[in-house]
Design a protein around this ligand. Structure first.
Ligand SMILES: *[C@@H]1O[C@H](CO)[C@@H](O)[C@H](O)[C@H]1NC(C)=O
Ligand SMILES: *[C@@H]1O[C@H](CO)[C@@H](O)[C@H](O)[C@H]1NC(C)=O
Ligand SMILES: *[C@@H]1O[C@H](CO)[C@@H](O)[C@H](O)[C@H]1NC(C)=O
Length: 446
């Protein structure tokens, strides 16, 4: 495939996604949180985010985001639990390109008085971290200054049990500082951080002595500029550290990709969660303790239940295979045989010809859109029929639509199926790690 072809595809794709910008709404959607205990979940390149980029069209931004999915899958495949005091598990750095993945940010304050950060929300990571004052290689001017906080609790001791729970914790030095330090890789970068404690403030909640990484150095690319908040289910995540307050329960609703001006919401704790919601068991993989696995048992396209070999869907803790729900992947990725079967059935029901554009291999003339079948994901005890908005991506010129899913990249040895953001738009997803359930309900969350 020549360079010209690639360029043409890219330009074509750049005009592909049709994303309306919504006109003025009553209140300033970007105003800081009020008394509400819900936390705004802001698309990272949306209007309320400090990372919005006026020089890039919103369409191009989304294409760019989806192009980072392979890296996200690679990251997910490295999340294998490590044993303490062995060499830190740091995956090799990918090509020299600057990757910065993370699709949604939340407004968080650290310390007293509160220092504001727009941290990436990541349901597949446990730790929280922010760039620290004096960091080498950090791109942000927003850095956490321990000196400026009256509630700074100092570094966590290297021998403290909490330090041993952090992924990539480094062995305690025999001399000198006794601080807990860890090295991690994140999307093509590696960074080194000290685990410190201070207040973490989320909307109206203040959590004392929150342990998070103060990033001292970054190499090999870039990490989310203002840090990351881990909502995984492992021992150092927000859920675990704030167990007494949130009882291991949270939910989020991701805004529509069309809603540049709007944000979704994150609700922490059992209060205010939907009472009647259909649920499926939440599965726990001790070898990948951060991830939220569910049991995907089948996929229906239109009226046809797609024949899928169960080995590609089966939850297997040893291999890490199965299906997860993730906040950091843009379009749903299935292992190749599963995706191919779904796509082939979808194509059978829609008139071709089909063209490939970027990550999408099933794009067709939009006038055949009325033939497009609904797609239903079947989980144990819960069927989720996706609305069309979560199945198709539309062209700005009005004549192309694409199936908005793809195969896992084959250069990543992935065994995971990942239910991603595009397919989660306007759904409330409830994670209950005590009763081991995931609830899903339609909700207009913009
Ligand atoms: C905005 O996007 C343009 C074009 O992709 C890029 O060159 C520029 O670095 C971006 N600016 C920021 C602040 O990210
Ligand atoms: C941890 O990261 C720092 C800074 O990038 C580096 O100097 C150090 O060698 C790393 N340690 C290990 C064990 O990888
Ligand atoms: C997932 O569902 C299949 C089909 O119902 C069942 O055979 C399997 O035991 C389930 N797996 C888990 C881990 O619950």
């Amino acid at each position: 495939m020549g360079a010209n072809h690639t360029t043409t595809s890219f330009l074509f794709f750049a005009t592909l996604l049709y994303l309306t910008t919504t006109t003025a709404i009553a209140n300033d959607p970007c105003a800081s949180e009020g008394d509400d205990s819900d936390i705004s979940v802001i698309p990272i390149y949306g209007n309320c985010s400090p990372f919005k980029n006026y020089s890039t069209s919103w369409e191009t931004t989304i294409i760019d985001m989806a192009s980072k999915d392979p890296l996200r899958l690679q990251y997910l495949s490295t999340l294998v639990a490590t044993k303490r005091r062995k060499r830190a598990s740091v995956a090799p750095i990918a090509s020299g390109q600057a990757f910065n993945i993370g699709n949604y940010v939340v407004r968080v304050k650290l310390g007293t008085p509160g220092q504001l950060f727009f941290m990436v929300l990541d349901t597949s990571t446990d730790e929280a971290w922010v760039p620290c004052t004096g960091c080498t290689g950090c791109s942000s001017t927003a850095t956490y200054s321990p000196q400026a906080s009256t509630t700074y609790g100092g570094p966590v001791a290297c021998y403290a049990p909490r330090c041993g729970q952090v992924r990539g914790a480094l062995p305690c030095p025999s001399t000198g500082s006794n601080a807990c330090t860890f090295n991690q890789s994140y999307a093509g970068s590696t960074f080194s951080a000290t685990l410190v404690q201070d207040y973490l403030k989320l909307a109206t909640d203040a959590l004392p002595n929150y342990a998070f990484g103060c990033v001292n150095s970054v190499s090999g690319g870039s990490i989310p500029a203002q840090g990351l908040l881990g909502l995984g289910r492992g021992p150092v995540s927000l859920l675990s550290q704030a167990w007494s307050r949130y009882s291991g329960v949270f939910s989020y609703c991701l805004p529509s990709f069309k809603s540049y001006y709007f944000s979704g919401s994150l609700k922490l704790g059992p209060t205010g969660q939907p009472r009647r919601i259909r649920t499926t068991p939440l599965l726990r993989n001790p070898r990948r303790p951060s991830l939220y696995y569910v049991n995907l048992t089948g996929v229906t396209v239109g009226r046809v239940r797609v024949p899928l070999q169960s080995e590609f869907l089966a939850f297997d803790p040893n291999r890490g295979s199965g299906t997860i729900i993730d906040s950091g992947t843009v379009i749903t990725r299935f292992v190749e045989p599963v995706y191919n079967a779904i796509r082939d059935e979808f194509r059978k029901q829609v008139k071709g010809p089909f063209v490939s554009i970027g990550a999408f291999d099933t794009c067709f003339v939009k006038s055949y859109e009325n033939l497009a079948p609904l797609i239903k994901f079947q989980f144990t005890g819960l069927d989720l029929t996706l609305p069309y908005e979560n199945i198709l991506i539309h062209s700005s010129n009005g004549w192309v639509a694409c199936l908005a899913m793809a195969a896992a990249p084959n250069n990543v040895n992935s065994v995971l199926n990942v239910i991603a953001n595009y397919q989660q738009q306007n759904l409330r997803i409830l994670f209950d790690t005590v009763n081991n359930k995931v609830g899903i309900a339609r909700e207009l969350c913009n």
